[in-house]
Design a protein around this ligand. Structure first.
Ligand code: HEC
Ligand code: HEC
Length: 233
């Protein structure tokens, strides 16, 4: 190659990459308001962001990948464990994580700050960010699900049950949470369709239901988990 050819490759390569970079940056900024649903940025969401900062939550947690890598990412935490689950963990981490070696401090956060943080999480969870983070993806089997499915005897439905936070509240064979009923023989009581219906919208079946609607489940996941539970007789 001549020196001159190398020069032109360098120059055109640099200029076209720079143009592409600037174009994509401009395109991204153009879409930010729509993708992040800026119209849903209420006063409580903003107050929640401030409370999140005031209590140094992001020293340990990430949101959209930013923050500390000690504790779970909170981008989709509302979809993962529901409003009741999140509130319980913020108010009583010493109970919620009693059995875990990782610790979250109890900061005695006020009711107002807690509710604001919840509405901040709700807003963050609604950002259209291309199905990120992967562990909360609605489309694919997660890494954890794949691992469990690969291990003998675990069906995709059982993996969904463990991965999507059902076990934060429900137990199977003595393992799991105690906030919701034991589901060891739920297949005797409810059919596949009834389970699907309940999981999607508990209040439509039981107006006093305390279980949050499991909106983070894709149709595939809902069907898999319901067919798994319906088989527990
Ligand atoms: C000193 C570090 C630390 C701080 C500060 C902290 N957390 Fe945590 N948090 C943790 C750890 C560790 C876990 C996971 C515990 C486990 O599962 O073993 C956790 C878990 C959670 C969970 C449950 C996540 C899930 O997917 O199950 C929520 C919600 C949460 N924290 C919210 C908050 C909020 C809100 C704040 C600020 C008010 C906060 N955390 C401050 C360490 C921290
Ligand atoms: C935040 C806690 C919580 C989470 C998370 C949760 N549940 Fe529940 N669930 C409950 C509670 C509490 C009940 C008891 C009825 C009520 O108050 O809604 C219940 C009831 C049920 C029932 C009906 C049981 C019966 O005897 O009629 C089914 C089925 C069920 N849950 C499945 C699931 C599945 C599947 C998931 C995960 C995708 C899940 N739940 C996640 C708290 C939870």
């Amino acid at each position: 190659m001549t020196k001159k050819a190398a020069f032109w490759i360098f120059l055109l390569g640099t200029l076209s990459s720079a143009a592409l970079f600037l174009g994509l940056t401009w395109d991204m900024h153009r879409q930010v308001d729509a993708l992040s649903h800026a119209d849903r940025l209420s006063d409580t969401v903003v107050a929640g962001k401030k409370a999140f900062e005031k209590h140094n939550c992001n020293d340990c947690h990430t949101i959209l990948g930013f923050g500390g890598y000690y504790a779970p990412d909170l981008t989709r935490v509302m979809q993962r464990i529901g409003e009741v689950g999140v509130r319980y963990r913020i108010r009583h981490p010493e109970l919620a994580f009693a059995a875990s070696m990782r610790k979250m401090p109890r900061q005695d956060i006020s009711d107002a700050d807690t509710e604001n943080i919840l509405s901040f999480f709700n807003w963050v969870g609604g950002i259209d960010n291309g199905d990120w983070p992967p562990q909360d993806s609605r489309k694919r089997l997660t890494r954890g699900e794949k691992r469990m499915v690969a291990m003998a005897g675990v069906t995709p439905g059982a993996a969904v049950f463990q991965e999507k936070g059902c076990m934060n509240c429900h137990s199977l064979h003595g393992t799991g949470g105690t906030f919701g009923p034991v589901l060891d023989t739920i297949g005797r009581k409810l059919t596949l369709e009834q389970i699907e219906h309940y999981v999607k919208d508990p209040k439509s079946v039981n107006p006093n239901a305390m279980m949050p609607p499991q909106t983070a489940l894709s149709d595939r996941e809902l069907e898999e988990v319901a067919s798994f539970l319906a088989g527990l007789k």
